[in-house]
Write a protein that binds this ligand. Structure first.
Ligand SMILES: C[S@@+](CC[C@H](N)C(=O)[O-])C[C@H]1O[C@@H](n2cnc3c(N)ncnc32)[C@H](O)[C@@H]1O
Length: 290
C-alpha cells in the first residue's frame, strides 16, 4: 500500500477537523462518541506505580476521565480551573494534555501532594508542559482572586456534603487499618464538615457562582458528584446541586453517568429492604450564559 493511501485511510478513520470548531481540537469521529451519556470509569488499577500518591486521598477521581473531559471542553494552550483540587488529578491531566491548570485546595497536605505528584508523575515523562498552579486556601477566598473571563473550562469534584463522616463500611475500615485518611480535614472551612445540607448546598453554589465570573461566557463546567444515602433517605445531590446552579446563571446541558464497574458489592438491606449499592457518579455539564 502506498504512503498516500495509508494517510487517507488514517484520515477517514479519525475524521476531519472542522475549522469552525471553537470548542476543542477533536475531529468529527473523535467528537461524536464523547457525547454518549454513559461512560465506564477508568481507574489506574491498584498495582499501577502512580497509585501511591492517589491512594493518600479518600476520594480522588481518575485523571484519565478528567483528561477526556478536558479534551472535549477545551483546546490545547487554554486554561482549566479545579476549585477542589484534592491531590491534583486535574492538573496532572492538564499537564499531559497541554492545558494550563489552576487548582484550589484547602488542605496543605493535599496541596503539597499535588505538587509532588506533578513532579514525580509528569516531570519524569516531560519537562515541557504548560504551567500548573496549585493555590492552597479556601476556594471562597481564592475565587475572588481570579481574573474575569480568564478561564476556558472548569472541572471538579467537590465534597459530597459530610458523607465521608457517615459512610461506615468495609472499605472505610480498610483505609483506617492502613492509617490512610478517611476524611479531608477537621478544618471548619472544609465544605465536607458542614452539618446542615441546605447550608452546604448554598456554600457550594456560592463558590461556583464566584468561579462563574471568571469563566468566559458560553464556556462549560463539568462537576462530578454522586448521590448518597443519609440513613434510609436517598439524597439526590446531583439534582439538588443542578437546580441551585441554574439559579446563578449556569445552564444544564447534560448529565453523564459514570459507571464504577470496579466497586465492590455489599449486601445492604438483605433480606429486608431495598438499599442500593451506588455504583455510579454523575457528571453535570453546565454552560455559562452567553
Ligand atoms: C472530592 S475531593 C477532590 C478530589 C480530586 N478530584 C482528586 O482527584 O484528588 C474534594 C476536595 O475539596 C477540598 N475542600 C473542601 N473544602 C474546601 C474549601 N473550602 N476550599 C478548597 N478546597 C476545599 C477537600 O480538602 C478535598 O480534597
Amino acid at each position: 500500500m502506498t504512503k498516500e493511501v495509508k494517510v487517507d485511510k488514517e484520515e477517514s478513520k479519525k475524521g476531519k477537523y472542522d475549522p469552525r470548531n471553537k470548542l476543542n481540537d477533536l475531529t468529527s469521529s473523535e467528537w461524536i462518541p464523547e457525547t454518549i451519556s454513559v461512560w465506564n470509569q477508568k481507574g489506574l488499577g491498584k498495582n499501577h506505580p502512580d497509585v501511591k500518591i492517589e491512594k493518600q486521598h479518600p476520594a480522588p477521581f481518575s485523571f484519565t476521565d478528567v483528561a477526556r473531559l478536558i479534551k472535549f471542553f477545551s483546546k490545547k494552550g487554554q486554561t482549566v480551573l479545579d476549585p477542589f483540587l484534592g491531590i491534583g488529578s486535574t492538573l496532572k491531566a492538564c499537564a499531559l494534555e497541554g492545558r494550563h491548570g489552576i487548582g484550589f485546595e484547602l488542605s496543605e497536605k493535599y496541596a503539597e501532594l499535588s505538587r509532588e505528584r506533578l513532579e514525580s508523575e509528569v516531570s519524569s515523562e516531560s519537562d515541557d508542559y504548560p504551567e500548573q498552579l496549585v493555590m492552597q486556601g479556601d476556594a471562597r477566598e481564592l475565587a475572588d482572586e481570579l481574573e474575569e473571563n480568564s478561564i476556558d473550562f472548569l472541572v471538579t469534584s467537590p465534597p459530597y456534603w459530610n458523607i465521608l463522616h457517615k459512610v461506615d463500611h468495609k472499605a472505610k475500615q480498610e483505609r483506617q487499618s492502613q492509617a490512610l485518611d478517611t476524611k479531608y480535614s477537621d478544618d471548619l472551612k472544609d465544605l465536607g464538615n458542614i452539618d446542615n445540607y441546605e447550608e452546604f448546598l448554598d456554600e457550594l453554589t456560592g463558590i461556583f457562582s464566584k468561579c462563574r465570573r471568571a469563566l468566559k461566557p458560553g464556556k462549560y463546567m463539568a462537576i462530578i458528584v454522586s448521590d448518597f444515602r443519609d440513613k434510609s433517605k436517598y439524597v439526590m445531590f446531583h439534582s439538588d446541586l443542578a437546580s441551585k446552579l441554574e439559579s446563578v446563571g449556569l445552564e444544564m446541558r447534560g448529565l453523564k453517568v459514570l459507571y464504577q464497574r470496579h466497586k465492590r458489592i455489599f449486601p445492604y438491606g438483605y433480606p429486608y429492604a431495598y438499599v442500593p449499592n451506588i455504583h455510579n457518579q454523575f457528571i453535570l455539564i453546565l454552560q455559562n450564559k452567553k
